[in-house]
Design a protein around this ligand. Structure first.
Ligand code: PBG
Length: 342
């Protein structure tokens, strides 16, 4: 027993660091900062009013005008980036609208760059990096992330290498429109290398690639399919990963790093925190994680019922994603979090 006055024999008392708000603040290992947050935004061709997304309360499909305002707000909030998704008026087998210089996503990118430049001029502070989703699923009439071909027994399969040509063309179209980061999310083999080559050949060696490296086939993308009016028949299990596999996620990240990815991403964030930690431990480049539509919808739905403390759950979920190793978090709550942590 101790002779120094304590009768308990307890030497280590971790609770000391939890006694007061000021002590807890000092002791916090993980902090949220607006500049680490990226806001995903949807812009839809031909809309006249922003259209609420039923399964994502608080999120909308933007018109070009409301996109401009949303990006300007993101800039004033100090967010690190915006990630744009386009919803075209016409879809076809090869997703032609995806690399049309005047397609909805390219128009959105130009608008976003203008909005950022405007706020930067007004405030003198850096605005969000403008990023674009480089994938075909929003643009194809079958809803797959690539072009289809007949498989060995006549079934329709996603043709990896034919899809790569489409991604290369999309990435260049996005760069021409002003995208600073292209984000291939289709999980085709070799996509980062092909996009890097195409960007370099077209004179865009300064445009970065944020690779969706470990992207799992996930039920948590459900609300996103509403957000982009997805036409998907079937599922994505021949190209997105099986949630059973962690090693495979690390291998995918290694391959993307070897192909020249400037940043790598893990997705969905909340169900892949182990993979996120593993990728963070081996990556020399920034690591992003995407808190996806279903993660958003779950907390919003529970909070709407009064079953969960909304703000607490949002902050805890994003803090956990950072704690697991994310430098950058894509989250639909980015503007609200930025407001809370100001
Ligand atoms: C593909 C893409 C998807 C998401 C981001 N990029 C959909 C999918 O792979 O099925 C999902 C994002 C979310 O659920 O919030 N373009």
């Amino acid at each position: 027993m101790s002779t120094s006055g304590s009768t308990s024999g307890i030497v280590y008392r971790p609770r000391r660091l939890r006694t007061t708000p000021r002590m807890r603040r000092l002791a916090a290992e993980t902090r949220l900062h607006a500049a680490d947050l990226v806001l995903p935004l949807f812009v839809k061709e031909g809309l006249t009013e922003p259209a609420p997304i039923a399964s994502m309360p608080g999120q909308v499909q933007h018109t070009e005008a409301s996109l401009r305002d949303a990006v300007a707000d993101a800039a004033r909030a100090g967010l690190g980036g915006v990630m744009l998704f386009g919803i075209p008026a016409q879809r076809d087998a090869t997703g032609s609208a995806g690399d049309d210089p005047d397609g909805v996503l390219q128009r959105g990118i130009r608008i976003a760059r203008e909005a950022v430049a405007q706020v930067e001029a007004d405030t003198g502070r850096p605005g969000p990096v403008v990023m674009a989703d480089t994938c075909l699923d929003e643009f194809t009439d079958h809803g797959h992330c690539g072009v289809l071909t007949a498989g060995p027994s006549g079934e329709q399969v996603v043709d990896n290498d034919a899809t790569l040509d489409r991604y290369a063309s999309m990435a260049v179209a996005q760069a021409r429109a002003g995208a600073e980061v292209v984000a291939p999310s289709g999980m085709m083999d070799g996509q980062v290398a092909v996009i890097r080559d195409a960007l370099d050949d077209a004179g865009f060696d300064q445009v970065s690639i944020l690779a969706y490296s470990a992207k799992y086939a996930s039920a948590f993308y459900g609300p996103f399919r509403d957000a982009v009016d997805s036409a998907l028949q079937g599922d994505r299990r021949t190209y997105q990963m099986d949630a059973a596999n962690a090693r495979e996620g690390l291998r995918e990240a290694d391959l993307d790093l070897a192909e020249g990815a400037d940043m790598v991403m893990v997705k969905p964030a909340g169900t892949s925190l182990d993979v996120l930690r593993g990728v963070a431990d081996r990556s020399d480049v920034p690591v992003a994680a995407y808190q996806v539509s279903g993660e958003y919808a779950m907390i919003e739905a529970a909070a709407a019922h009064g079953w969960i403390d909304r703000k607490g759950a949002v902050l805890e979920s994003v803090t956990a994603i950072k704690r697991a190793g994310a430098d950058v978090v894509l989250t639909y709550w980015a503007p609200e979090i930025a407001e809370w942590i100001k």
